[in-house]
Design a protein around this ligand. Structure first.
Ligand SMILES: Cc1cc2nc3c(=O)[nH]c(=O)nc-3n(C[C@H](O)[C@H](O)[C@H](O)COP(=O)(O)OP(=O)(O)OC[C@H]3O[C@@H](n4cnc5c(N)ncnc54)[C@H](O)[C@@H]3O)c2cc1C
Ligand code: FES
Length: 511
């Protein structure tokens, strides 16, 4: 996923290209010096921006143009073509922009433009708070803090996290980093300097245990108090722990934090065989990453097919076959009954040798703080369209938030990286007095070996899955339909269609 450092390809744009080589709505890759540049034409205007996404380097030439923006084919970040600004997560850094000149029916790309400081949004209402507290140092919390400073919020930002690490690129912990293919410095979302430079008071190893609604203070485990004018709860989710005998042995792990990931990696130096309990996203991504380290992997799970509940039977069969191709052995319709130092006993009888065990049997939202404070909860913290909880001035975002999704018309709570970041940003704007509804279309991706799966929308139940293309050939778009209406799309290597589906769903709101 890293950006390539190959010789630049395409025409030298400083020398110019014929205007007719770039049709209206067209994209073209060229270079300026050593840098790859994407040229985009919209009617008579031409934009020149860097060619790769600032998230993981997705090729924007394969992305989708939507008005004056380009969306990344890999994980649907969105950039403003005029300013380069990263308008939508998972990207935060802007694209570089170049000046463009049109003369004698030719297009010339000139110098790289100075990075523009984004203008704060106008139209906020009410008193701007001067103390904002964010509980949670994960996707939503980080995105909110970043957005507050991007909007030139001048007040104080305190970010409380009971993790020992600053905000990290959590999806990577079950993918490239765990597989040994990504260096450690890829993992923090930002270096330490970001927080000091932006005057974000990030307090690690700091647990919030209550909210004093009357005095507007967050109460810490050490009895300290942090006053707020606006508060964002972004406490995420925690892995469900097994309760079978042996589940608390030191070689049994769950995976949520950077520290969890490092603990698993430590085993891989000496272990030959791992047992993964659970065949959903985390479990199977871990299985793939461990196979990349040549660890023998057995997966034990109660379901008939991996991921069937979310992706349906056809995709479930494909995922199973894909993992089996890579040497994973499945023990489905079975569970672990006991874990011992060197083996895992199965409910069906028998035992599997195990040097270490990774448990990926789901997560539960961390809503205790909201519950203790008396906020309305319903398997998540209930928020309105502006992500405000039942208590005015307190917002919630990410894995804990339950909101009414205007696209499927149901109250939902999801565990998706991009949704958490986008909600964090929206909550930040609303804490500043904007009234921006969160109406992003849910999106997630998952990666198994070299196969990415993208999912747009939300379908907890469906009565039909229409398959376009061929799943086994890794070229497909699945539509999850209920009563004739498409609620979600899952795809493999159909990036443009996945992006188009997102745009289509953005326009479909249930009233
Ligand atoms: C290994 C892994 C891989 C994943 N891969 C993908 C993927 O490929 N695609 C995808 O869409 N999603 C993926 N996810 C899910 C995604 O990471 C989550 O949806 C996202 O992190 C949720 O963001 P959040 O801010 O709500 O919570 P988190 O990122 O979990 O952050 C919550 C933060 O709150 C802190 N906290 C909690 N309670 C307290 C408290 N009381 N006091 C102080 N601090 C507190 C925690 O320490 C943590 O820092 C993955 C998750 C994991 C674990
Ligand atoms: S690489 Fe572009 S959004 Fe991830």
């Amino acid at each position: 996923m890293a950006e390539g450092h190959n010789k630049p390809n395409g025409p030298d744009l400083a020398q110019g290209i014929a205007f007719s080589d770039l049709p209206d709505g067209g994209k073209l890759i060229g270079h300026c010096g050593d840098e790859q540049v994407l040229l985009v034409r919209r009617a008579t205007e031409v934009f020149a921006v860097s060619a790769t996404c600032t998230h993981y380097g997705g090729p924007l030439v394969d992305g989708l143009l939507v008005e004056d923006t380009v969306r990344c084919p890999w994980h649907h970040a969105c950039f403003d073509l005029r300013t380069g600004e990263a308008l939508r997560a998972p990207a935060f850094n802007p694209l570089a922009c170049w000046s463009v000149e049109q003369r004698d029916d030719r297009i010339f790309v000139g110098e790289k433009l100075k990075r523009m400081v984004p203008k704060p949004r106008s139209g906020g209402s009410g008193l701007v708070p001067n103390k904002i507290v964010i509980v949670g140092g994960g996707a939503a919390g980080f995105a909110a803090a970043e957005m507050l400073r991007r909007e030139q919020f001048q007040g104080s930002i305190v970010m409380l996290s009971d993790d020992q690490s600053p905000p990290v690129d959590r999806p990577n912990l079950s993918k490239d980093y765990l597989a040994g293919k990504a260096p450690e410095d890829w993992i923090p979302l930002r270096g330490e300097k970001f927080y000091s430079k932006n005057n974000i008071d990030l307090r690690l190893n700091t647990k919030a245990v209550d909210i004093d609604l009357r005095s507007r203070e967050v109460v810490l485990a050490d009895e300290g108090r942090v006053p707020y004018h606006r508060l964002l709860l972004a406490t995420g989710a925690e892995p469900v722990h097994l309760t079978i005998p042996g589940a608390d042995l030191p070689h049994v792990h769950t995976l949520r934090s950077f520290a969890d990931c490092k603990a698993i990696i430590e085993h891989t130096a000496t272990a030959g065989r791992a047992i993964v309990l659970g065949a959903s996203f985390i479990g199977l991504e871990v299985a793939a990453a461990l196979r990349a380290r040549d660890i023998e992997v057995h997966v034990v799970a109660p379901e008939k097919r991996p991921m069937e509940r979310i992706l349906g039977p056809q995709m479930g069969d494909f995922i199973r076959a894909l993992h089996e191709e890579h040497g994973v052995v499945f023990h489905l319709e079975d569970t672990a009954s006991r874990i011992q130092a060197k083996e895992v006993n199965l409910s069906s009888g028998g035992a599997l040798a195990a040097d270490f065990v990774v448990v990926g049997i789901g997560v539960r939202p961390r809503i205790r703080l909201a519950e203790t404070a008396g906020l309305v909860v319903d398997h998540g913290v209930v928020v309105d369209a502006f992500l405000e909880t039942s208590e005015p001035g307190i917002f919630a975002a990410g894995d804990i938030a339950r909101w009414r999704d205007p696209h499927c018309g149901e109250n939902i709570r999801v565990e998706h990286w991009v949704v958490a970041e986008r909600q964090g940003r929206t909550a930040a704007l609303n804490m500043l007095g904007h009234r921006e509804e969160f109406n992003g279309v849910p999106f997630f991706w998952s990666q198994h070996y070299d196969v990415p799966i993208n999912y747009v929308g939300h379908a907890e139940r469906w009565d039909e899955i229409a398959v376009d293309g061929n799943i086994a050939s890794r070229d497909c778009l699945l539509r999850f339909k209920r009563e004739g209406r498409t609620l979600a799309f899952a795809s493999i290597f159909r990036d443009i269609e996945s992006l188009e589906a997102e745009v289509e769903m953005e326009h479909q709101m249930v009233t």
